[in-house]
Design a protein around this ligand. Structure first.
Ligand code: URA
Length: 210
């Protein structure tokens, strides 16, 4: 993936995103839409995967047929909202290896602190897709990328549903080698760090916790 920021402008993605943004969309619909949109985003984020060929036999003849090269992908979810995106992507890429990163914000230092980290082995040989629906300040995303790099990943793509310009700038500064794929670049962050116009708290909306 050559660009630092890719916005997936496909009409189905944009239409579903609008339905997700609406404040009266139910938890059930939000979850269903997230599942559907994750499949479309997964299609886009995997567009540049390395390919090779395998000799196969069709009922008609032999051929060198295209297959994805290399080790299985690693999908790493930033807890807890990342899991909503992860579920849909796993439907499309069921053989992917899966990891989780848990971070919370220390209220005194305002810095992200790790509370959980479990990722697949062999990250140095895998394309690693880090998923979190909301790229807001970018602090936890940049910290998650730090951790995944420390675990060996060198080929990382960050996938989110919405990005704020502040988060994109933070990621570009901290990790210029990590391309970002998103359905929308929104206007700004508010004083609490929420994306505007955004869709509210993604975790609360997908899990019905508010
Ligand atoms: N996390 C969310 O869930 N929503 C935002 O707008 C920002 C961060």
């Amino acid at each position: 993936m050559s660009q630092h920021l890719t916005i997936v402008e496909h009409p189905l993605v944009q239409h579903k995103l609008t339905l997700m943004r609406e404040k009266d969309t139910s938890t059930k619909s939000f979850r269903q839409l997230l599942r559907e949109i994750s499949l479309l985003l997964a299609y886009e984020v995997t567009r540049g995967l390395p390919m090779t060929t395998r000799r196969i036999e069709t009922p008609m003849c032999e051929m060198d047929a295209p297959v994805i090269d290399g080790k299985k992908l690693a999908l790493i979810s930033i807890l807890r909202a990342g899991n909503g995106l992860l579920d849909g992507i796993l439907e499309l890429i069921p053989a992917a290896r899966v990891g989780f990163v848990g971070l919370y914000r220390d209220e005194e230092t305002l810095k992200p602190v790790q509370y959980y980290f479990k990722v697949p082995t062999g990250l140095d040989e895998r394309v690693t897709i880090l998923v979190d629906p909301m790229l807001a300040t970018g602090n936890s995303s940049a910290a998650a990328v730090d951790l995944v790099k420390q675990a060996g990943a060198t080929n990382i793509i960050f996938l989110c549903l919405l990005a704020a310009p502040e988060g994109v700038a933070r990621m570009r500064e901290a990790h210029p080698d990590v391309p970002i794929v998103t359905a929308s670049l929104d206007e700004r962050l508010d004083e609490r760090g929420y994306i505007v116009p955004g869709l509210g708290d993604a975790g609360d909306r997908m899990f019905g916790t508010k």
